[in-house]
Design a binder for this molecule. Structure first.
Ligand code: S3P
Length: 430
């Protein structure tokens, strides 16, 4: 697809449902007793992979309308052995969280995903789950999927993670639902806490203190109504776009602003963005708000430490903001970017440089000396949805034409991204 400079962005949009919360809603609803109703569910490819896996595990999931599903849960012991290999597609979240559940079943499963998922590190879940008694091996002995998971009786552990990862924490806590004794996870910094919030909503006995989450098994999960807030990771593209394109004013409705996810708001403000929050409310245990963003002159900033897990998926688009900001932006403590859907340090650095940006990769982040005018370029998305969307935004401020390969990958998290962007802009997308 081809992208050109925009003169202004204006209007109101509602970004699709949160990807992390959508995955968890299907998983917990499947293990609950009774029918859960989920609204504003993200019908992106990743969450559809989760639905497909649970259907293969014997759960009936009905689509009632756009983003509206009913999950007929069968309780902790209602899953049945799938007839085929479970396919997580491009979704690391599906692969890791589902492994925690499968480790405790009374059957064996083979779980895999696409070429990208088959390169993602799985040792980080295999190790704690094995300590709990799980029998889980990497088929190719490379610590990646395909995973062969033989259900086994589990016992609780206290696990301390090296990196703050909600996927690792959640895999352990989900296994903990089936374990004997308490399961505890301590992280270096608190990662997104949607699993903890939703487990509590469904009736699990879970508490958190500092960076430790503790789950005591035994309480059955009860069916719930879940309203999924808009995904702040998707809103981030429009926060960046409205800030960068002159004369812009964009309202984004119903955005989840859970404090473990809101780093983009804090960084945008530190960079000088004109951003305000309206109508703050809580629904299904999650805080959301409407956002109003107007164009602003941005300045560089430093991002690291405990902020990183709160904006890990937004770092590609933050790097785009930094490229147009005055001064230097330093991103550190973000080595995790190397093991996402692509190596995002490498891919961001190469694509920004191709547009004329002064950018340097570091072992755990990037140094971006912003403020140079950027020009359009032919860019490779590496089939990574967040890379494709980030450069569609960069193109709005670059001179000339930008082309992005494999642009359909936005379907992973934001199927209507291009049409939403088109509605807000006055220039055209071919
Ligand atoms: C996610 C956690 C994060 C994030 C991913 C979704 C989740 O990954 O990058 O897009 O839903 O738990 P890590 O747990 O690997 O940091």
């Amino acid at each position: 697809m081809k992208f050109h400079k925009a003169q202004k962005l204006q209007g109101v949009i509602a970004v699709p449902g949160d990807k992390s919360i959508s995955h968890r809603s299907v998983m917990l609803a499947s293990l609950a007793e009774g029918t859960s109703e989920i609204t504003d569910f993200l019908e992106g490819a990743d969450c559809l992979s989760t639905i497909e896996c649970f259907r293969r595990l014997g759960i009936s999931i009905e689509k009632k309308g756009a983003g509206h599903i009913l999950v007929h849960g069968k309780g902790f012991h209602g899953l049945t052995a799938p007839a085929v290999t479970l396919d997580a597609g491009n979704s690391g979240t599906t692969t890791r969280l589902l492994s925690g559940i499968l480790a405790a079943q009374e059957f064996s499963t083979r779980l895999t995903g696409d070429a990208s998922v088959q390169k993602r590190p799985m040792r980080r879940i295999m190790e704690p789950l094995s300590q709990m008694g799980a029998q889980i091996v990497s088929e190719n002995s490379n610590d990646c999927a395909p995973l062969l998971i033989k259900g086994a009786p589990l016992h609780g552990i206290h696990y301390t993670t090296k990196v703050a990862s909600a996927q690792v924490k959640s895999a352990i806590l989900l296994a903990g639902l089936y374990a004997e004794g308490t399961t505890e996870v301590t992280e270096p910094y608190v990662s997104r806490n949607h699993s903890e919030i939703m487990l509590r909503l469904f009736g699990a006995d879970i508490t958190t203190q500092g960076t430790t989450a503790s789950l005591r098994p035994g309480s059955p999960l009860r069916a719930c109504k879940i309203h999924v807030p808009g995904d702040i990771s998707s809103a981030a593209y429009f926060i960046a776009a409205a800030s960068l394109v002159p004369n812009s004013e964009v309202h984004i409705q119903n955005v989840g602003i859970n404090p473990t996810r809101d780093g983009i708001l804090r960084v945008a403000k530190a960079m000088g963005a004109d951003l305000s929050l309206e109508n703050i409310r809580t629904d299904s245990g999650e805080v959301s708000a409407d956002l109003l963003i107007r164009s602003a002159d941005l300045r560089g900033t430093e991002i690291g430490g405990s902020l990183i897990p709160t904006l890990i998926d937004e770092l590609p688009v933050i790097a785009v903001m930094a490229a147009f900001a005055k001064g230097t932006t330093i991103i550190r403590d973000a080595a995790e970017l190397k093991v996402k859907e692509s190596n995002r340090i490498d891919v961001m650095t190469r694509n920004l440089a191709a547009m004329g940006c002064d950018v340097e990769a570091t072992p755990d982040g990037m140094i971006i000396r912003g403020g140079r005018p950027l020009h359009g370029a032919a860019l490779d998305s590496h089939n990574d949805h967040r890379i494709a969307m980030s450069f569609a935004i960069a193109a709005l401020r670059a001179e000339g034409e930008t082309t992005i390969s494999d642009d359909a990958c936005v379907n992973i998290s934001y199927p209507s991204f291009y049409s939403d962007l088109q509605r807000l802009r006055t220039a055209r997308i071919d």
